[in-house]
Design a protein around this ligand. Structure first.
Ligand code: HEM
Length: 118
């Protein structure tokens, strides 16, 4: 079971790489051409975070391991906002800068919540 949990933590991290990686390429585009959009890579990464996160909660519960409900609740709430924004604006070729910045901030916040909230 432990191996399975670690495997899903690995997939969870691939999800962050996709969400954040997609974001960073757009940050570069924003600096270069002056516009940015939410890419399919970001959407897939956000969906992967949700799916692997929910599976991780299930696996930890099934294995009688404690899950910090408050921490997971905050991460889930922030991710739902990220996912909703990226999904709704997925076809827009130009996203307004404050909205683009918000998704970056929420993603970074979730990463620091994951590693600092112990
Ligand atoms: C952008 C959003 C998210 C980021 C950046 C993120 C990041 C991380 C990171 C870095 C880890 C490994 C370190 C740790 O164990 O804390 C982790 C583990 C985990 N995450 Fe997430 N996460 C996100 C969303 C979610 C969501 C939405 C859920 C649940 C619905 C979730 C559930 C979990 C669980 C259960 C673990 C394993 C904890 C353990 O085994 O001790 N995560 N997450």
């Amino acid at each position: 079971m432990n191996l399975l949990i670690h495997l899903f933590v690995g997939l969870h991290i691939i999800g962050i790489a996709s969400l954040l990686g997609g974001y960073l390429t757009q940050l570069k585009a924003l600096g270069g051409q002056g516009t940015a959009r939410f890419t399919p890579l970001m959407l897939r990464g956000a969906v992967a975070m949700l799916v692997t996160g929910v599976i991780l909660v299930g696996l930890n519960r099934a294995d009688d391991q404690d899950v910090d409900n408050a921490k997971i609740g905050v991460k889930l709430a922030l991710l739902i906002v990220i996912l909703a924004l990226v999904f709704v604006k997925r076809d827009e070729t130009e996203v307004k800068k404050p909205l683009f910045a918000l998704v970056g901030l929420l993603t970074a916040a979730n990463i620091f919540i994951a590693v600092l909230w112990t």
